[in-house]
Design a protein around this ligand. Structure first.
Ligand SMILES: C[S@@+](CC[C@H](N)C(=O)[O-])C[C@H]1O[C@@H](n2cnc3c(N)ncnc32)[C@H](O)[C@@H]1O
Length: 235
């Protein structure tokens, strides 16, 4: 599907740095020393707006590959006058592999990622074995990964994969929790499912503090996602 790309002139929007490998998003916040948190697939910004409003001491980078979603997110951020959110239209693995420093993220949020429910499409899911490489690279020890999905088996898979392969501690009950926490904002898709009486499966994981050295090499396993043009993730 081709997206109609309306130029985004919001001060909260960071254009794709294209080939500038020295680009670092944290430098574009008024308080770059604050912890950096990433939301992958921010949609129309319903989640990041309340979260960033309640946490001015944290910088939030909200990304999506969907242009209209980035525009709507920026409109909300600008209307609220928030200076601790920046929005990028960029693919998640591409952003992390190219433009983030090792161990630079205090947390990653992923809410209702595209579910790919059919077994033969599972490898298109964002969080898979390849994705672990970017998590290990970018998330600092003690950092947290928040995952919420309407699809129980996706949440189960993420919970098991990340705890077993990456050495994380599970902060939600195994394999997930379906209770909505009062301090966890409700995204557009979460609301949609909850209103239909369907549960959201939450997984919250904390990276163990047992590593002393950040990784030296950038992640290499940045394969093309189904919805990403191959040329946008080339090295
Ligand atoms: C089902 S929507 C959920 C949106 C929002 N998180 C919510 O819960 O309302 C999934 C979003 O993830 C975005 N997305 C999918 N794959 C992505 C990727 N690899 N990198 C960044 N965004 C992605 C899509 O464009 C879409 O906006």
């Amino acid at each position: 599907m081709t997206q109609r790309v309306v130029p985004n002139t919001s001060p909260s929007f960071i254009p794709d740095p294209e080939q500038d490998l020295s680009f670092r998003p944290q430098a574009l916040f008024p308080r770059p020393e604050q912890p950096l948190v990433l939301e992958i697939g921010c949609g129309i910004g319903d989640f990041i707006l309340p979260l960033a409003t309640s946490r001015p001491e944290v910088n939030f980078l909200a990304i999506d590959i969907y242009n209209q979603g980035c525009l709507k997110t920026c409109r909300k951020i600008d209307a609220a006058g928030l200076d601790n959110v920046r929005v990028m239209r960029i693919e998640a693995r591409h952003l992390i592999a190219r433009y983030l420093d090792p161990w630079s993220l205090a947390a990653i949020y992923i809410n209702c990622p595209d579910p790919w429910p059919k077994k033969r499409h599972r490898e298109r899911r964002l969080v898979n074995a390849d994705f672990l490489e970017v998590v290990r690279f970018a998330l600092k020890p003690g950092g947290e990964l928040f995952f919420a999905s309407d699809v129980a088996d996706y949440a189960e898979e993420v919970s098991a994969l990340i705890v077993n392969e990456c050495g994380f501690t599970r902060l939600t009950p195994e394999p997930y929790c379906t209770e909505v926490q009062s301090d966890y904002p409700i995204s557009k898709y979460m609301r949609r499912f909850l209103e239909l009486g369907q549960p959201i499966h939450f997984v919250r994981l904390r990276r163990k503090n047992n590593e002393v050295e950040p990784p030296q090499a950038r992640p290499s396993a940045v394969r093309a996602g189904f919805r990403v043009r191959r040329e946008t993730i080339g090295k």
